[in-house]
Design a protein around this ligand. Structure first.
Ligand code: YH5
Length: 276
């Protein structure tokens, strides 16, 4: 069974499901309209009914090659929506951002967790996160979203990603962030080739040496699409398989699009673990 673990003040004794809510113009009819807001809230309700524990709200696309989003647009897309989610539903909300100003306003609006694909490396991010005193997810990325997939290179992807995360954890602690508020994430698809991604999945258990909760985000990613030569809307079975393999190696938190199917798979997994 998943050993009991904490995300800051929140305790869990089973895999935690983080449901993805992208608020970008391509995901809901258009970013800011009333209609888009209602669609987003309906999606939140559905993911919670399906068993999500955390809703990960993101207003900036960090897909390979995606354009950067202005601070104003990112705030418009996320802050009021987070207030509404926290008023309407009982759930944790994470804010998927690398901008300190968005972290600040999102947490003021009720966000419980900061999820930063840049591991608090942007100027001011460490200080803001420390002052907010909420859990943070530190993800590894090589390069920047726009260019990271051009030619990623590692001598040893596992040890390099682990070393990077150790250094970011040290920087966080030095900035006043409690160890108990830190989550680590290898960053599947962020500056990694197909082989790098599968090496990370094969040896995810190595990340246990960090002694912190591990988040795995593989849902619908191109590591599967490329291997299977299929499009992102055909990656349900692959994504579930990835989640189960990650769970088997000690991952705690699963960032996913397909909540119900992942909950089902990890419920079976947990029952098997408890039956040993
Ligand atoms: C993550 O792994 N990922 S955004 C490309 C896709 C499909 C999905 C080509 N934020 C992570 O989900 N936060 C993102 O198809 C994340 N860990 C954490 N902590 C990218 C994404 C995606 C990209």
């Amino acid at each position: 069974m998943t050993q009991a673990f904490n995300i800051g003040p929140h305790q869990f004794s089973r895999p935690v499901i983080m449901g993805i809510l992208n608020i970008t113009p391509d995901s809901f009819s258009d970013g800011g309209s009333y209609f888009a807001r209602q669609q987003a809230l309906a999606r939140v309700e559905q993911m919670l009914e399906e068993g999500a524990d955390v809703i990960d709200v993101g207003g900036e696309s960090t897909r390979p090659g995606a354009a950067e989003v202005s601070l104003e647009d990112e705030l418009d897309r996320t802050v009021n929506l987070i207030s509404e989610i926290k008023q309407r539903f009982e759930c944790l909300v994470s804010i998927d951002t690398n901008k300190p100003e968005v972290m600040l306003q999102a947490v003021m609006a009720g966000a419980d967790i900061i999820n930063d694909v840049c591991a608090l490396s942007k100027p001011g991010a460490l200080e803001v996160a420390a002052s907010l005193n909420v859990p943070v997810c530190l993800m590894h990325m090589q390069g920047l979203p726009r260019t990271m997939q051009a030619n990623p290179e590692y001598q040893d992807v596992i040890s390099e990603v682990i070393t990077y995360l150790k250094q970011r954890v040290e920087s966080c602690v030095a900035a006043g962030i409690c160890q108990s508020n830190i989550i680590v994430d290898p960053g599947f698809g962020f500056g990694k080739t197909l082989d790098h991604n599968f090496q990370l999945l094969a040896q995810l258990n190595e990340f246990k040496q960090l002694g912190l909760p591990i988040l795995a985000g593989m849902s619908r990613k191109s590591m599967f699409g490329k291997l299977l030569s299929t499009s992102t809307d055909n990656l349900l079975a692959a994504s579930i398989t990835g989640a189960v393999l990650a769970a088997q190696q000690g991952a705690h938190i699963f960032r996913v699009h397909d909540v119900k199917e992942t909950v089902d798979a990890l419920t079976i997994f947990s029952k098997v673990q408890m039956s040993k």
